[in-house]
Every structure is written in structure tokens, then in C-alpha cells.
Write a protein that binds this ligand. Structure first.
Ligand code: AHR
Length: 308
């Protein structure tokens, strides 16, 4: 995708300015804040006329925002879908109006894939696999039993569904690793903490591992474990997804054991794609970001570089 950039620059003089309507999903996490900042900065840098609205984790609101963009006749719409289902009608309206739609960070499930133009984001199933693989690799013995609490992200959202799927896929070959409960933490620190308190009340020190679908919920779990009188990272191992600065800090103090990166800095790719579409050029349907994983040692080295 980036190889096309030079080609694009050659044409820059001829390109028309693009108006991009972005329907952001919410403000639920540190990841999301970094994602929104990246979109604003990239729009400014690329001279894109950005109309950014926030749906506050409400699908009806997100659809209403998209309808406003259609009415305004923006050139391109991008959105981070709250959940996977229920987008057909509004996407059909955008298609009828000739407005291409970019899926930012989360995919959707629709019968007709011509309703959207491109997806830019991560492979969430692979993130789940990587989280589980760390557990498999760090069990002292393959016969040791481990009780896992899963803190799930927003119900029916692509990251929650796929991170669960990838994790379970790896666990299927390891019958000693058991998810004893899966609790909805909505990708927020507060809900993650509340669910972890609930899990501790029910299972107490029987819990060996927490798998949190994002860093914010893992931080909430750390707080709950400490208040309960156990040591996060030691008595209960914690694995999360995102690799934000907060997670790096928790890794460096030994309270978090492992984080799988999910890159929120999608702004430059989204602006590039919007410009290509406005100027009638084709772009790949799926643009997947490459990502890493971080142990406690790696986080200590990388921490200063992580500014979100
Ligand atoms: O869709 C990406 C996920 O949404 C991030 O992992 C999470 O932190 C965010 O809220």
C-alpha cells in the first residue's frame, strides 16, 4: 500500500481536496484516544477536511452520524463499527449516494461486501492466538492446570469476538488450561475492575491467569487484585492486548506479564486511502497493520518510545 505513496505524490498537484466524515465509536480506552489523535493529526498533515463525530459507544448514534455525513455529501466515510452486525441499511444509503466507506480498525459482517470499500486495521484473531501462546509457553509443566478468567470487550464487537476465537483456538490443544469464567468488561478500566472484583469474590485464589481483551481492563483487574490482597503478575498472571504506555508501565513493575500489540495509529493510512478513493484510484480491500508483542523485559526497553 505504501509503495503507492510516491505514485500519489506525483499526482498531488492534480488531486482534489477530500472531505472525510469519520464516525468514531467512542472514548472507551487509552487505545481509542490514541486512535482519535492519530486521525486528527494525519488529517491536518495530509490537508484532509475531516468531519469527526463520536458515537459514545451507541450504534444508533453511530448510524445517525453516518446519515448526517451522507446528507452533507462528504467524499468518503470512515467509521469504527461498534458491533459486527446491523449496518446494511446505512451502508446501502451511502452506496446509493456514491460515497465509499472505509472500515477503520473493526470489521463487520454483512452479506454484501460491496457495501464497504476497504478495511484498515489489525488481525484480532491472531492477537488472541498470541495471548494464548504466551500462556502455553510459560506454564511450568504442560500438565499443570490453570484457571483463566477472561475479561471481554464490547459484546458482539469484532475485537471481542475475534480475540476470544483466537485464544480458544490455541487452548483447544491444551486441556489443562481452563477458562473458568468470561465476563463483560466493555473495554473500560472501570468495568474491568468491577468484573475482576466479581471473579475474585467467586473464585478467590483459585484464579491463576487473567486474559483481558485490552489494557484498560487489565489495569482495572490489577487494581482489583491488589485490593483483594493478592499480587498481580505473581499470584495471578495477567495478559492483555493493545500495548499502550499504561501497559508498559505495568509490565515494567511486574504487575502485568505480557501484552500483544494492537496499533491505533491508523490515521496516515486512512487519509491516504480516502485521497486515493476521492481521486478514483483503487485500493486493497484489506490493509492489515503489522504488530509485535511485549514481555516485561522488552517493555522496559521500549517504554520511552511509546507515547500513547
Ligand atoms: O477495536 C480496537 C479495540 O477497541 C482496542 O483494543 C480497545 O482498547 C478499544 O477500545
Amino acid at each position: 500500500f505504501y509503495l503507492k505513496r510516491n505514485e500519489l505524490n506525483e499526482h498531488l498537484g492534480k488531486d482534489e481536496k477530500v472531505t472525510l466524515g469519520f464516525a468514531q465509536v467512542g472514548n472507551e480506552s487509552a487505545w481509542r484516544t490514541a486512535n482519535t489523535d492519530s486521525i486528527i493529526k494525519a488529517a491536518d498533515h495530509e490537508n484532509v477536511d475531516l468531519q469527526l463525530k463520536n458515537a459514545h459507544n451507541n450504534q444508533e448514534k453511530q448510524i445517525a452520524i453516518m446519515r448526517e455525513f451522507i446528507k452533507q455529501k462528504v467524499d468518503v466515510i470512515a467509521f469504527s463499527p461498534l458491533v459486527e452486525h446491523g449496518w446494511e441499511e446505512v451502508l446501502q444509503e451511502a452506496k446509493n449516494a456514491g460515497i465509499p466507506v472505509i472500515l477503520s480498525d473493526r470489521e463487520i459482517k454483512v452479506q454484501d461486501n460491496s457495501l464497504w470499500t476497504a478495511f484498515i486495521g489489525s488481525d484480532f484473531v491472531e492477537e488472541g492466538r498470541r495471548a494464548a501462546q504466551w500462556i502455553v509457553d510459560h506454564m511450568e509443566s504442560s500438565k499443570d492446570t490453570a484457571h483463566i478468567i477472561e475479561l471481554e470487550g464490547t459484546k458482539n464487537s469484532a475485537p471481542a469476538t475475534d480475540r476470544k476465537l483466537g485464544f480458544k483456538e490455541v487452548l483447544e490443544n491444551h486441556h489443562n488450561l481452563h477458562i473458568i469464567d468470561s465476563l463483560l468488561g466493555d473495554f473500560t478500566l472501570g468495568k474491568g475492575k468491577e468484573m475482576m472484583e466479581k471473579a475474585l469474590q467467586q473464585f478467590g485464589s483459585e484464579i491463576d491467569i487473567v486474559y483481558a481483551h485490552n489494557d484498560d481492563m487489565a489495569i482495572g483487574a490489577i487494581e482489583a487484585i491488589e485490593e483483594y490482597g493478592l499480587r498481580p503478575g505473581i499470584d495471578i498472571k495477567i495478559i492483555s492486548i493493545d500495548a499502550t504506555n499504561k501497559a508498559f508501565k505495568a509490565l515494567s513493575t511486574g504487575k502485568l506479564n505480557f501484552t500483544v500489540e494492537c496499533n491505533p495509529l491508523l490515521g496516515p493510512q486512512i487519509m491516504q486511502a480516502a485521497k486515493e478513493l476521492k481521486n478514483g484510484r483503487e485500493i486493497p480491500m484489506r490493509i492489515i497493520t503489522s504488530e509485535e508483542t511485549f514481555t516485561q523485559e522488552e517493555a522496559k526497553k521500549e517504554m520511552k518510545k511509546r507515547n500513547y
